[in-house]
Design a protein around this ligand. Structure first.
Ligand SMILES: Nc1ncnc2c1ncn2[C@@H]1O[C@H](COP(=O)(O)OP(=O)(O)OP(=O)(O)O)[C@@H](O)[C@H]1O
Length: 319
């Protein structure tokens, strides 16, 4: 557990239920089911799990884009939904998503984007000093000010735009960043540049939630990992411990899909695809992994997350 000064953001019993359809077609999905985690200052937490496991829903709740059905997100020990000043909230907490184009105004040049950051969040910085800061930050994320500042968004590549968004977060001195699949539209070499840029945010002490399908990238960049399965945490802990000693059969299956850890993100992307199981055997109160689990006796009750060694938790009734 992180305490006091080191803790930046925390999810406490976080839950999101979606209701869709009507009458006979009514569908209730527990997209996020009683999830707990903490991210400290200067820490990167990878959130992994297959499609539909609830990763983006957690990211959106951290960004106040979706209200939890239960539980809380705590920033400085305060529920973010009780913070009335959203401008202040978004000066501290920012998100970057898969498609960077949607985060920019297409009629602005890059220069204007950064001017607006100063006007909105850093008025106290004199214009000349701001220009120096912009240049330094661009250098930090591997971009050349002369090459990008005078361009429109459509004149830049996806990788350049993702790095501009990281530069913007650096200029704002953000304290929390939610990065949701930010490299999935990029080629392998550009992905490395974006991950390196993300590390510069860690250096300034930001707490980063790194949402990904790609376990190799998670391993390369993160300090901690949370493995989600159908909205529940099945395993979490320090990245080294979970990767070297995965205990949940789902995590073991995911890690078995990575051919070589030492080649990490240089290899092609390793996807975690939904195996489209029907969950035929699963009933309320039983383990959600029951239909896919190689070690169950089909009566495993819903497990609680147990500490099995320092910085390593697993939710499996068989352990
Ligand atoms: N607005 C919504 N209304 C109803 N159900 C939703 C809504 N948003 C998400 N869901 C459901 O919640 C579950 C979790 O979705 P979420 O997008 O968080 O998963 P994910 O792990 O981010 O998936 P992906 O990797 O494909 O982005 C899924 O079953 C999804 O269908």
């Amino acid at each position: 557990m992180l305490e006091g000064e080191r803790l930046m953001i925390k999810a406490k019993n976080l839950t999101k239920i979606f209701n869709s359809g009507f009458l006979f077609t009514k569908n209730v999905v527990a997209a996020v089911d009683d999830v707990n985690f903490e991210i400290g200052k200067g820490e990167i937490l990878a959130l992994v799990g297959e499609s539909g496991s609830g990763k983006s829903t957690i990211g959106k709740m951290m960004l106040k884009l979706l209200k939890p059905s239960g539980g809380q997100i705590l920033l400085d020990d305060k529920d973010i939904w009780n913070l009335s000043n959203n401008k202040e909230f978004y000066s501290r907490v920012q998100g970057i998503f898969q498609d960077p184009f949607s985060s920019f105004n297409p009629i602005f040049k890059v220069n204007r984007v950064f001017k607006l950051v100063r006007q909105s969040f850093k008025k106290e910085v004199p214009a000349s000093e701001w220009n120096d800061r912009v240049e330094n930050v661009l250098k930090k994320v591997g971009l050349n000010a002369g090459e990008v500042l005078n361009k429109y968004i459509h004149q830049l590549s996806g990788g350049q735009l993702q790095r501009l968004l990281i530069a913007r977060a650096l200029l704002m001195d953000v304290e929390v960043l939610v990065a949701d699949e930010i490299t999935s539209m990029l080629d392998a070499s550009t992905r490395v540049d974006v991950l390196e840029a993300l590390l510069s945010l860690k250096e300034i002490g930001a707490a980063i939630m790194f949402i990904t399908h790609d376990l190799s990238q998670a391993y390369y960049i993160s300090d901690k990992i949370v493995v989600l399965y159908r909205g529940s945490v099945v395993e979490m802990g320090s990245i080294e411990k979970v990767f070297s000693n995965p205990r949940h059969p789902y995590t073991q299956m995911l890690l078995d899909a990575i051919p070589q850890l030492d080649s990490k993100w240089e290899t092609d992307r390793i996807d975690i695809e939904d195996s489209d199981k029907t969950h035929a055997t699963w009933k309320e109160g039983l383990c959600k992994y029951i239909d896919r689990c190689p070690i169950t006796d089909t009566s495993c009750v819903k497990p609680i997350l147990k500490l099995i060694e320092e910085d390593h938790y697993v939710a499996c009734a068989k352990l």
